[in-house]
Design a protein around this ligand. Structure first.
Ligand code: BTN
Length: 242
């Protein structure tokens, strides 16, 4: 991997986009010690404390259709989970679509953005933010109840470089698997790490709120939720609360 490393940036996603315009290749990584305008899903902000978190973007150029891109986010979530489990042994889980949860709080997030022309994907920028060595004081007040770090749960410091290397290794492995074998093996792995399969969830989409039991994901990566009337909903974009 060619790694572009910075001390501070507004957002690695923005720099990744600029590098794509300059001809950056698949596998290039943009990483920074601090973000001043980190971005999350659904237009939210993402906090990256200086030196204590991992914040990076990975450039992918797969020959897939735009509608397959959400699956790649799930591929990444499984890869991040496997890397963290291997290095820390902490019980991390996935909340659909790609929140990484540890002991009920958010540990990491993934933001996938794509550039496409007509019906072909030009490039995908996968942004990963992982809270590593933050302590209680580093977490903004309004996030204290919902966010955590590896150090806060594991009681020790973790090496960011080792985590980065392992996450990239796992993404590479599962990305190859997805491109060669399709989504089914990934789907099984994703479901085995998911927090809410078989439990009652509340799903907030732009149009409606659905209450029901999460059944799993379908072959497109959409969350399947059965409501009280027995109707099955396929959810493509939403926030899920448990
Ligand atoms: C989310 O859970 O809402 C996704 C958060 C993604 C954060 C990462 S940090 C690196 C990359 N750069 C950004 O501005 N966002 C992503």
């Amino acid at each position: 991997h060619k790694i572009h490393s910075f001390d501070t940036l507004p957002s690695t996603q923005i720099v990744a986009r600029e590098l794509v315009l300059k001809g950056a290749k698949e596998g290039e990584v943009i990483i920074t010690n601090e973000q001043t305008a980190g971005r999350g899903r659904l237009g939210r902000a993402w906090h990256t404390s200086q030196q204590k978190a991992l914040a990076f973007s990975l450039l992918l150029k797969p020959a897939i259709l735009p509608r397959d891109v959400p699956k790649l986010t799930l591929v990444t979530a499984v890869a991040v989970i496997r890397a963290i489990k291997e290095l820390t042994k902490l019980p991390v889980q996935i909340k659909w679509p790609n929140d990484i949860i540890l002991n009920g709080k958010k540990l990491a997030g993934i933001l996938t953005e794509m550039q496409s022309e007509a019906d072909s994907v030009h490039c995908i920028i996968v942004g990963i933010g992982l809270n590593v060595n933050q302590t209680e004081e580093d977490i903004p007040t309004e996030l204290k109840d919902i966010a955590t770090s590896l150090k806060m749960e594991g009681g020790q410091e973790y090496r960011r470089a080792a985590l980065l290397a392992k996450i990239l290794e796992e993404i590479e492995c599962l990305y190859e698997l997805y491109l060669s074998e399709g989504f089914l093996p990934i789907k099984a792995m994703w479901e085995s790490h998911a927090i809410h399969i078989g439990t009652t969830v509340e799903v907030h989409t732009i149009q409606e709120t659905i209450q029901g039991i999460a059944q799993g994901i379908n072959d497109d990566g959409a969350l399947q939720v059965m409501d009280q009337t027995g109707k099955l909903h396929s959810v493509y974009s939403a926030d899920v609360s448990i």
